[in-house]
Design a protein around this ligand. Sequence first.
Ligand code: 4AD
Ligand code: MG
Length: 434
Amino acid sequence: MRPTVYIADIAQHEGQEITLHGWLYARRSSGKLHFLQVRDGTGTIQCVVFKGNVTPEAFHEADHLPQESSLAVTGLVKKDARSPIGFELDVRSLAVVARPAREYPLGHKDHGVAFLMEQRHLWLRSQRQQAILRVRHTVEKAIRDFFDQRGFTLVDAPIFTPSACEGTSTLFEVPYFDLGKAYLTQSGQLYMEAAAMALGKVYCFGPSFRAEKSKTRRHLTEFWMVEPEVAFMDLDGDMELMEQLVEYVVQTALEAHRRELVSVLERDVSKLEAVRAPFPRITYTEAVEVIQRTGHPMKWGDDIGGDEETLVARQYDRPVMVHRYPSDLKAFYFKRDPADAKVALGCDVLAPEGYGEIIGGGQREDDLATLEAAIARHDLPAEAFEWYLDVRRYGSVPHAGFGMGVERCVAWICGLHHVRETIPFPRMMERITP
Ligand code: 4AD
Ligand code: MG
């Protein structure tokens, strides 16, 4: 085999004879010329097969190849002003690596989402899904870069855990040898709190699992979350970190993928350009007033669900930070506001355009006795939290952190209706295949 040239690098090979490897996306013919659209994962190029340039067998073959045939195409790289990539390949020889065993199920017609989801392993080959996966890659890299540049240490949290972090109703149980039951992690937070007392500034970045019985466009049962945790940081510092992260991730993705966002995903990128810190900040109490003014019957103390989030976020052109929710709505670990014990020192970041909560977090309870009481009040098994209480027993300090969900961020950046398209192989209540 000749060394492969990738379509993304084609400009460096103008005038040369090269070989590229890829899959046939589409073809058409004008008799003496066959036009093959070949994609290789880095781009798509038109390969022009002229009768006089190839063997009669190859010329015949080029007009009969089914979609998704895998190919090695050798030819001359030529500048072409009409091409979206500026070049085409003048074919000299063509080798079929493998012919599809059956007709490709995802031809060039429209398919329903249920069918596409069933064919997810093939659907990934579409231009649109490739674009989304590239944005996801950039978002994940931007997250890592953001924390690494600020001196955070990546600390991996366990996936099997002995207890709940985010409420007992969404735990996935796994049998665990003689020790009884384990649960798939809902969040690495509790472990990051311990690690922050060792390393100061830490984050974990991995999959989280929630047995969510909600079939909404924002919920997966397996999703990826980044969770920073910082010793000696309060809620204000936490909120600054949240908005800096969101701005950095959105602007980095926009810079790297502007062309795909506009032309493949048809995203209105002016909405993303507006995502600049500082973000507006309102209390839960103010958010309730905003919601009530729209005629919604919500009362103080009710949870802000997806629909209510949209009503609040609609008031702003950038993400809005809602802080100080009622303590009763929040997990056991939140610190109460010393100025008003009814509310917790927590903050959610709500994305604009109806994308809802992308970040949840806040300042942790650092007082041993208060935390013990909260664990009891939430009916959590005390012995499973003994190690966590040690974090308060030995040199407890104010500390804070948050979790940002990758899929909700990618859905928002790409302008997608549902988070299921943001993860290569989505896991939802009604889906575990492919
Ligand atoms: O608000 P959540 O539940 O917060 C926590 O898990 C904290 N322990 C994080 C922390 O402080 N270290 O989840 C955080 C984020 C949400 O804002 C959302 O972006 C995402 O995780 N998320 C989900 N994404 C997809 N599907 C689900 N079922 C999700 N649940 C949460
Ligand atoms: Mg939350």
